[in-house]
Design a protein around this ligand. Sequence first.
Ligand SMILES: NC(=O)c1ccc[n+]([C@@H]2O[C@H](COP(=O)([O-])OP(=O)(O)OC[C@H]3O[C@@H](n4cnc5c(N)ncnc54)[C@H](O)[C@@H]3O)[C@@H](O)[C@H]2O)c1
Ligand SMILES: O=c1ccn([C@@H]2O[C@H](COP(=O)(O)OP(=O)(O)O[C@H]3O[C@H](CO)[C@@H](O)[C@H](O)[C@H]3O)[C@@H](O)[C@H]2O)c(=O)[nH]1
Length: 452
Amino acid sequence: MKICCIGAGYVGGPTMAVIALKAPDIQVTVVDMNAARIAAWNSDTLPIYEPGLDDVVKEARGRNLFFSTDVKATIAAADIIFVSVNTPTKTYGVGSGRAADLRYIESVARTIAEVSTTPKIIVEKSTIPVKTAETIQQILAANTSGAKFQVLSNPEFLAEGTAVPDLFNPDRVLIGGERTPEGDAAVETLVSVYARWVPRERIITTNLWSSELSKLVANAFLAQRISSINAISALCEATGADVDEVANAIGKDSRIGPKFLKASVGFGGSCFQKDILNLVYLCESFGLPEVAAYWNQVVSMNDYQKRRFSARILKSLFNTVADKRIAVFGFAFKKDTNDTRESAAINVVRDLLAEHANVVVYDPKVPAAEIMSDVLGKGETNPRLTVATSAYEAALDAHAIAIVTEWDEFKTLDYTKIFADMHKPASLFDGRNIVDLAKLRAIGFRAHGIGR
Ligand SMILES: NC(=O)c1ccc[n+]([C@@H]2O[C@H](COP(=O)([O-])OP(=O)(O)OC[C@H]3O[C@@H](n4cnc5c(N)ncnc54)[C@H](O)[C@@H]3O)[C@@H](O)[C@H]2O)c1
Ligand SMILES: O=c1ccn([C@@H]2O[C@H](COP(=O)(O)OP(=O)(O)O[C@H]3O[C@H](CO)[C@@H](O)[C@H](O)[C@H]3O)[C@@H](O)[C@H]2O)c(=O)[nH]1
């Protein structure tokens, strides 16, 4: 069996590496039109940082895992084609700012139709609006020169930073297909791939639309929990309650559960906001404005939380940060990844620059050029924004520290030394509730957390 995966990104790369590792008899080729990315997958420095990924790639690459820019030939030779291209929020025209931009999906469907001469199973791995399989089917049917296609939905639930363990041991694998004999056969083929390492009872099969929708709903529910606890964090700050204590107390109720209740500076990442906006747009398109408004509030609350964090810094620093040095600890959207897409750090740094602060960012995995271009735009510079190579360097002569990403190293820094090197009063704003505020206050910091 030959698998082709189109899109060598955060999903395509790790997902296919794990399939290749677990199914040595299947030849897996990941293709991308981005030659630099493919070159990186073929090098010792992979294009994405994911704990454990290097070992998986090293074992399978060259054996039955390949990375290539030859998109057409790889498609033509494959039995199963995973479509794992980006589906960003549309930035133009109808649905701008909310709808998913499906141009990459459509272009892939056209290429598949153009070069296929044998039957293929097309697997939607990208996150897409409900009914996208119908679009793909129509494009294939209108352009094919006789090859037969089955379109399946197989959304990916991995989280960045834990991609490898998530793929080794998924809570579930979801596969949607057409309820026809041909559809069932295609579903069974894909089930047999995952069944090499995922227990059968964790492989769920549904109709196409349930599978497509479940992905958007899973992300909406996860993000809703974060916005809910973040909303409560504001109330905690107003009342003297401690949001971590509240989260612990409610999370002990087995109906609520303890996970995804960590108050923060706001959720980031390439998925949550994009997928909720996609859901909101779908609801509006199907004439359900009340449902759309309900889910839109999850994103609005997140925007509020990000703004609230910057505003608190400003207020605590006597309502001016102009010409003050602020050290920002962390820039990635969460720990253990170099991904900065939609990171709350971008908003916080921009807010501080707008107040004429001198901002020094330190992140253990994000390159300086990425930080500059995320905040300022490609190729732009601003003398007020610099990047340090350590937390200590960033905090030197700073008036305040803002912890924005929960990297483990920020928990064990020598804060006594850091305090000694800062202007006084020295403030610390913990946007992740990872440091001990009482200890910091004992050192002399004016220390603030989220929701406490
Ligand atoms: N990042 C995550 O953790 C995550 C998790 C689950 C689902 N998803 C979804 O998976 C999809 C991919 O996400 P990602 O983070 O891997 O994106 P990404 O931007 O990292 O990777 C997508 C890749 O597809 C390539 N591509 C686009 N069009 C192409 C074409 N016509 N031919 C060849 N290559 C093409 C791009 O060059 C890019 O390298 C999205 O729909 C996303 O919502 C992402
Ligand atoms: O209690 C929490 C949990 C998370 N976050 C933040 O929420 C964001 C998203 O975190 P996480 O969900 O762990 O990472 P993602 O890689 O964005 O993964 C989400 O998005 C993926 C893409 O769709 C899905 O596949 C995953 O199941 C889903 O968890 C990050 O900024 C986190 O810091 C919090 O603030 N509090």
